[in-house]
Design a protein around this ligand. Structure first.
Ligand code: DC
Length: 228
């Protein structure tokens, strides 16, 4: 396949929280000149909007109205990632707050609110030229994507990575707490009624527990090379 065609392809990357989907996705996008979108950012934006507007996260109608009212913006950065703007605003680090993550997890499980955000993602996937990372990209958002990757790793391996990451940021994280929160998020993401986390039937499954970032990226590039 020519590079022109490669620059219009869609790659779906799904997997559990904290498995390294963003680092892998960005590197793969850079390699092929694609954009990279972390779709969880959109659910986090909705979570933030709900918290910030004093809307009850457990009120499906109000959350859905909030989702419908969002004006989305996407700006491509030098590292290939799309910066997500909500109502003209970039939320940056606020999106990573624990409470925003919790709200995102709840709002993303409301079918009507989820459908609003999913439609935006489906449109982005159809345009192509993008690596999308999330939980349901290969199964629901871009079922036609020629390359579907599913990344997984033991919760313990992800907890160790997260602890290291936080320590590098000068924090003193508790391993057991982090492990418990990873396990409970996995359960919520995998057992919800709408778009539960699971690999697409034709996904390439990569267990990253014992692999470093470069090794995972190489496996994804191998999967792309098989198709193109
Ligand atoms: O990947 P993340 O931690 O930024 O995702 C935030 C929340 O959004 C998480 O609880 C799972 C949910 N999510 C989802 O339901 N579907 C996606 N495609 C991406 C994220």
């Amino acid at each position: 396949m020519t590079d022109v065609k490669k620059s219009s392809m869609t790659i779906a990357i799904d997997g559990t929280a904290g498995v390294g989907k963003s680092s892998v996705g960005k590197a793969v996008a850079l390699k092929y000149g694609l954009s990279f979108l972390s779709t969880g950012q959109m659910y986090r934006c909705l979570g933030w909007k709900v918290l910030n507007s004093g809307i009850d996260v457990d009120n499906p109608e109000a959350v859905t109205e909030a989702a419908k009212s969002i004006v989305w913006g996407f700006e491509r950065q030098a590292d290939s990632s799309l910066k997500v703007l909500i109502d003209g605003q970039y939320l940056g680090d606020k999106l990573q707050l624990e409470e925003v993550g919790r709200a995102a997890s709840k709002t993303s499980a409301i079918p009507e609110a989820r459908a609003v955000i999913m439609q935006k993602q489906i449109d982005l996937g159809k345009k192509g030229g993008i690596v999308m990372e999330g939980r349901d990209i290969g199964t629901v958002i871009c079922p036609e994507a020629p390359v579907k990757i599913y990344l997984t790793a033991a919760p313990e391996a992800r907890a160790v990575r997260r602890v290291k990451q936080l320590e590098e940021q000068g924090e003193k994280p508790d391993y057991q707490n982090i492990l418990a929160s990873i396990i409970s998020r996995d359960e919520r993401d995998s057992n919800r009624a709408v778009s539960p986390l699971k690999p697409a039937e034709d996904a390439v499954i990569i267990d990253t527990s014992a692999l470093n970032l470069e090794q995972v990226i190489n496996k994804v590039l191998e999967a792309v090379a098989k198709v193109w």
